[in-house]
Every structure is written in structure tokens, then in C-alpha cells.
Write a protein that binds this ligand. Structure first.
Ligand SMILES: [Zn+2]
Ligand SMILES: [Zn+2]
Length: 109
């Protein structure tokens, strides 16, 4: 997956393994499947905000170990989420956000 040495260090340690086990115990179902009303057991833990989106080791550590940044996923959904992250350029996200804001204003203001 990742080749960032800091990321690898953060993931290959007992802190992460404990946190990951805790998350899977706490949320044993794939959250992506659950939003489609399918119940699949989660086997992997994903970071909502990618750990590598920040530069300093301290900030990376914070993102990696923040329980609010963790999502339980099944293997299939995890692959899909990462595909979407890669194919979605920053401009696309920005345009989409602007569109959503516009349609929000159109409806409510
Ligand atoms: Zn799933
Ligand atoms: Zn992931």
C-alpha cells in the first residue's frame, strides 16, 4: 500500500495493532456496506483523512491514531474507497463542493 517510511513505522507497531483491534471490536461491521443496508463483517480499518495528507510525523501520528479518523471496512470496500481517492483529483473535489454549495443555496436561500 504505502511506501512512506513514517507511515509504515506508525502502522507496524503495537499501538496501531491495539487500536485496530479495538476499532474492529467496537464497529465489527463494514460501514460502507452498512450505508447500503448490507451487513458485512469488517476486516480492515481505514483512515478517513489519509495519514499521508499531512507532512510532519507528529501530525501523521495524530491522524493515524485518532479514533474519529478510523472507519471499519470489508476488504472489497477498502479497495473501492482507495480507488475513489486516487481517481478523484483535487479539482474534481473542489468543483463538486462548489456545486453542492450552490445547490444548497438554491434550495434554502
Ligand atoms: Zn463493505
Ligand atoms: Zn484505507
Amino acid at each position: 500500500m504505502s511506501h512512506n517510511p513514517t507511515y509504515i513505522k506508525l502502522i507496524n507497531c503495537q499501538t496501531w495493532r491495539n487500536l485496530r483491534n479495538k476499532q474492529l471490536k467496537l464497529r465489527p461491521l463494514c460501514e460502507e456496506c452498512r450505508s447500503k443496508e448490507i451487513y458485512t463483517s469488517a476486516t480492515e480499518v481505514h483512515h478517513r483523512i489519509p495519514v499521508e495528507s499531512v507532512r510532519s510525523e507528529q501530525a501523521m501520528r495524530k491522524l493515524a491514531y485518532d479514533p474519529d479518523n478510523l472507519v471499519s471496512l470489508c476488504h472489497e470496500c477498502h479497495i473501492e474507497v482507495h480507488k475513489a481517492l486516487h481517481s478523484r483529483g483535487k479539482d474534481v473535489v473542489k468543483n463538486k463542493t462548489e456545486r453542492e454549495v450552490k445547490s444548497f443555496k438554491g434550495r434554502y436561500l
